[in-house]
Write a protein that binds this ligand. Sequence first.
Ligand SMILES: *[C@@H]1O[C@H](CO)[C@@H](O)[C@H](O)[C@H]1NC(C)=O
Ligand SMILES: *[C@@H]1O[C@H](CO)[C@@H](O)[C@H](O)[C@H]1NC(C)=O
Length: 292
Amino acid sequence: MVLCILLQWMQIGGKQKYPAFKPGAKYGRGYCDGQCPHDMKVSSGRANVDGWKPQDNDENSGNGKLGTCCWEMDIWEGNLVSQAYTVHAGSKSGQYECTGTQCGDTDSGERFKGTCDKDGCDFASYRWGATDYYGPGKTVDTKQPMTVVTQFIGDPLTEIKRVYVQGGKVINNSKTSNLGSVYDSLTEAFCDDTKQVTGDTNDFKAKGGMSGFSKNLDTPQVLVMSLWDDHTANMLWLDSTYPTDSTKPGAARGTCAVTSGDPKDVESKQANSQVVYSDIKFGPINSTYKAN
Ligand SMILES: *[C@@H]1O[C@H](CO)[C@@H](O)[C@H](O)[C@H]1NC(C)=O
Ligand SMILES: *[C@@H]1O[C@H](CO)[C@@H](O)[C@H](O)[C@H]1NC(C)=O
């Protein structure tokens, strides 16, 4: 199973900011995120026709000159075998259009030169060593419904915590086992440790880290939910080994084969996939869930 469920916050980039632009969020417009996507057909209230190139492996998609950026908090990216929650820093608030270097396009070798932290800092149980924690029949059993709790601690923010509730029981988040110290939540120290162990660029820190991200929480947000497949990396970053030939800590992210996740296969074999999001709650810490 290689579809991914995304639950994410983003900022308003539609009707409110661009009043001449009528359709708005109701029609799926106004989307932006920390990847500054170029594949929005309407971007910042205008058609993204300039420089539009159809995507070679997706007849419904393409990329135009305009990217649409904003900060991003991935509350939930997951499927049957793996999950992650990921905070992306960002040095600029609100939705904004980008062109050129500001977009931080990977293809142009400018991934870390844009305004957004594209990599982010992710807490993914399997990736950080808790391989028996999440999946079919595991501690958090993905064959059963679950409540996913995400807590934003501190102002300015210092920590993003996770607990699950399943079968009436509260299940604490997994603990890491392949980093310099043991962690069970997203903190600045956890993020630094993951970047050090993997050797990845610490763009999260460079773009303002947890305290920088905290400022974004003072502005209006939009909750976005989707079910998607991945025409760029076949979702291997979530549920397989990625980079596919790496044996470094953090490369193994799940049990899927490195050959899995091709959208051609996903769309033909798993076309009936569905997800149910229900009982969505916001509230003071610990008020949104209880054990039975
Ligand atoms: C779960 O975490 C809380 C602290 O957040 C702790 O008090 C409790 O003992 C933990 N439960 C288990 C089973 O480890
Ligand atoms: C929330 O619950 C956890 C675990 O039971 C506890 O450790 C923590 O202090 C509580 N936080 C607040 C703000 O009540």
